[in-house]
Write a protein that binds this ligand. Structure first.
Ligand code: SF4
Length: 382
C-alpha cells in the first residue's frame, strides 16, 4: 500500500523556491523599495547566490551580500532565505555504461532519484544529460514503472528540483564534464506538480542565476491533457508525451491516465494549445507482443500524423510487470523502418543504466531495496 499523500513538506524558506519576480515582490514590500529597485536587487541576489554555483556555495552573510552590492536594507529579508543545497547524497551508483544513478535524501528522509547520463559515442563534444524527478513516488500507476508501484508520497518543491541539478552539476564538474540537457523523466508526473516544476524551470533558466538554456530542457508527461495549455503558456522547455500504445484499449491497460484523457482528447489538446513554432516529442516504449506489430507502427504513424513531432522508440526496460519485455533488436529496427516509411521522424533510445536500476521506468525500486532508513551513509551536500 502506498504511503499517505501529503503536500509540500519542505519549509518554504529557501531561495530557490522563489523566482526573481517573486523575490522582487517580496523586496518591494519594504518601505524604501520601488518595484524596479526590488527587481534589480533580486537579480543581484540570484547572481550572488547561484551565478557561480558549480564552484561552491556563495558567502551568505552581511559581508558577502554587501560585497555583491546588495543594500543593507535588503539583508533582513534575504538572509533567512537559505541558498544552500538541502538534499544529501545517500547513494551514488555508477553503471558499467557510465550512467550514474543518485539517490538523494531530503531532511524529512524522503528519497529522490536523479540519473546522470553521459553520451560520448560518435560525438565530437561529449554531452551529458540529467534526468530529474518532480515527485516522491507517483500516483499514475503506469504498469511498466517501478515509481508507480510506490504511489505518490509527496510533491517536490522547486528548490528540491533545483538541488538535483546543483548536485549533479558539481559531480560533473569534478569529472571534467558539464550538463548539457535536463529531462524531467525521473520519479513522478511533472504535470501533477506543475506549479513547482514551472517555478524550478524559471529558477534554472534565469539569466542572473544558473542560466541553463530553456531549449535544452524537456518535460515529459504521460498525458495530463488539461495542463498542456498552462505548460506551453509558461515555459519554452520542450514537451515530451509518453504514448506507448496506438489505441485506447491497450493504453488503458498500460497507463490508467488514458481512462481520464483518451488518445483523441490528448492529441486534440496538443493540436489546440501548441504554439505554431513548437513541436512535441512522442515517446513509445516497445513491449514484445503487446504494442510492437507492424500494424501497430501504421496505427502510431496515423495517430501522430496531425502533430509536428518526433517519435522516440524505447525498447522496454525490466520493470514491475514480468510480462512486459523488449522485442529483439531486429524487431525494433523493423518497427522503426515501418514508421520511417510513413514519414515519421524517429529515434531509437537505447537503454542506459539498466544494471543500476537507472533506466526509464526503473527508478525507486532498486534503490529502496539497497538503502535503509539510517542516514549514516549519506554524503553532505557537495
Ligand atoms: S511512468 Fe511516469 S507517470 Fe507513469 S507511474 Fe512512472 S513516474 Fe508516474
Amino acid at each position: 500500500m502506498s504511503a499517505p499523500l501529503v503536500q509540500l513538506t519542505a519549509k518554504r524558506e529557501r531561495l530557490a523556491d522563489l523566482t526573481t519576480g517573486e523575490l522582487a515582490s517580496r523586496l518591494a514590500d519594504h518601505e524604501d523599495c520601488s518595484a524596479a529597485k526590488g527587481l534589480g536587487t533580486a537579480k543581484k541576489i540570484f547572481r550572488h547566490a547561484f551565478g557561480n554555483d558549480a564552484l561552491g556555495d556563495a558567502t551568505w552573510n552581511c559581508e558577502g551580500l554587501s560585497e555583491a552590492q546588495i543594500g543593507r536594507w535588503a539583508h533582513p529579508i534575504v538572509l533567512p532565505l537559505s541558498p544552500r543545497i538541502a538534499l544529501n547524497v545517500a547513494e551514488h551508483a555508477p553503471s558499467s555504461d557510465g550512467t550514474v544513478r543518485l539517490l538523494l535524501r531530503a531532511p524529512d528522509n524522503a528519497l529522490i532519484e536523479s540519473v546522470i547520463i553521459p553520451a560520448d559515442k560518435g560525438r565530437n563534444q561529449p554531452r551529458t544529460t540529467l534526468c530529474l524527478s518532480s515527485q516522491v513516488g507517483c500516483a499514475r500507476a503506469c504498469r511498466f514503472c517501478e515509481t508507480g508501484v510506490l504511489g505518490l508520497q509527496r510533491q517536490l518543491s522547486s528548490s528540491e528540483i533545483v538541488d538535483q541539478f546543483r548536485i549533479a552539476q558539481r559531480i560533473c564538474r569534478d569529472s571534467g564534464r558539464q550538463l548539457n540537457n535536463l529531462v524531467f523523466m525521473g520519479m513522478g508526473e511533472p504535470f501533477d506538480n506543475l506549479r513547482e516544476v514551472l517555478r524550478a524551470l524559471a529558477v534554472l533558466t534565469d539569466q542572473h542565476g544558473f542560466a541553463f538554456p530553456g531549449s535544452r530542457i524537456t518535460v515529459s508527461t504521460v498525458g495530463v491533457a488539461d495542463k498542456i495549455a498552462e505548460f506551453f503558456a509558461n515555459t519554452r522547455a520542450e514537451l515530451a508525451i509518453s504514448l506507448n500504445a496506438p489505441d485506447d484499449a491497450r493504453r488503458n491497460h498500460l497507463m490508467p491516465i488514458n481512462e481520464r484523457f483518451d488518445l483523441a482528447t490528448l492529441i486534440g489538446a496538443v493540436r489546440q494549445h501548441m504554439p505554431a513554432n513548437r513541436r512535441v516529442l512522442f515517446q513509445y516504449a516497445l513491449f514484445a507482443g503487446v504494442n510492437d506489430s507492424l500494424q501497430d507502427a501504421a496505427l502510431l504513424a496515423q495517430l501522430v500524423s496531425a502533430v509536428r513531432c518526433r517519435v522516440n522508440i524505447i525498447p522496454a526496460n525490466p520493470g514491475p510487470d514480468p510480462a512486459l519485455v523488449a522485442p529483439s533488436t531486429d524487431h525494433v529496427n523493423l518497427f522503426v523502418e515501418a514508421l520511417a516509411k510513413r514519414g515519421v521522424t524517429t529515434l531509437v533510445r537505447r537503454p542506459r543504466g539498466r544494471d543500476i536500476g537507472g533506466a526509464c521506468g526503473q527508478l525507486a525500486g532498486a534503490a529502496r531495496r539497497r538503502v535503509g532508513d539510517g542516514a549514516q551513509t549519506d554524503t553532505p551536500c557537495l
